[in-house]
Design a protein around this ligand. Sequence first.
Ligand SMILES: C[S@@+](CC[C@H](N)C(=O)[O-])C[C@H]1O[C@@H](n2cnc3c(N)ncnc32)[C@H](O)[C@@H]1O
Length: 392
Amino acid sequence: AMPALQKSRIVALSTTIHENTQIVDSYLAENGLPSPSFDISTPPDLSLPSDIAKAKEAILEAIDELQTLMLGPMGKIFHEYAHTPTNLTSMHAIAKFKMANSFPPNETTTVAKLAKSAGMNEGDCKRVVRHVLSHHLFLEPSPGAIRHSAMTQAIAVVSLLREWMEDTSENMWSSAPRIVSAMEKWLGLDEPTQSAYNLAHRAASPGMQTSWILDNYSWDKYRSVVDVGGSHGVVAAELGQKHPSLKCTVQDLPEVISAVKTDVPNVEFQTYDFFTPQPVKDADLYLFRMIFHNWGDKYCIDILRNLIPALKPKSQIMINDHVIPEPKILSAYKDKNVKTFNLIIEACFNAKETDINDWTQLLKEADERFAIAEVKRPEGNQLQVIDVEWKG
Ligand SMILES: C[S@@+](CC[C@H](N)C(=O)[O-])C[C@H]1O[C@@H](n2cnc3c(N)ncnc32)[C@H](O)[C@@H]1O
């Protein structure tokens, strides 16, 4: 018998792209949504139901691998991998000079006019515009005419996006060139280079939604919850609203608590430094959402030990944070995001992302009575939940 013809990897990938693109396309057509383009008719964010989002993920994963294979080893390094710093330079300029905000979405401008309203040197402006045009930020419908693309419009409309771009370029990536020197110089040291850096706005980014923990816990069985480092009450506000009988306390540093604007129903805000003993005794649940990843091990241990005097037998501790998945669980495409974040937090805080073995070790080192009851990995969410029970 003839051996079955084996599809090569690149053809298998192109088939994945083809089939899943059809799924996404039919969904958009059936729901009267615009087909993605660079035009400003494309909204800043397209939310898809989970089965369609899965097809989209499959496309992106396959494209990523196919692109790497087609570039080849040297091509990948020269023409893709090494380009990141240049992208950051133009991202910095776009955000800093508010270039996307300097003319309205429906108008056409020129480099000269854009430079003037953004307060830039014309030559610099031209170089930045040329670079970002190659990434579909701005469009050039005819030579010299500059219009908004879907991307620059998103930057203009979503002010948090522009702020995030500026913040990332200035505060995070500015330390990138020094990470390797630091690795060389301070082998394994735990000190944060910067503490209490408020990343609360990241809570809104895709994959970090609060909805999973809100919807998948029987909150009604608790009477009191303390959200340690709870910022402006991202989680507590919703808890207080949905479960009025629950007593919610949000704790954070004075500068964060004093900026809490509105009166949030059923939520009490309290100034507290988590490197000092926990003042709220005997709560049913202590929540730590995106707290530990900012700190090196010895600081995490300190935070945990400061909780002990407040705990009663069977107190619950919920850790909602990044847990590095076991090798091979994520696709290379998703893994890139996780590992990038890992380098960012090393750059900013000298902290590390931890896998489940590291978490187990860390809790044990803090105190043998911290017992992991369950680890949950909500689908489509970058944050996992580690349920810990106090065996005191
Ligand atoms: C990444 S944010 C997480 C905020 C919130 N838990 C969430 O899930 O969106 C870290 C929070 O820890 C707070 N924080 C930093 N150092 C602290 C300290 N020593 N005591 C209490 N809170 C602190 C920060 O102000 C910030 O609100």
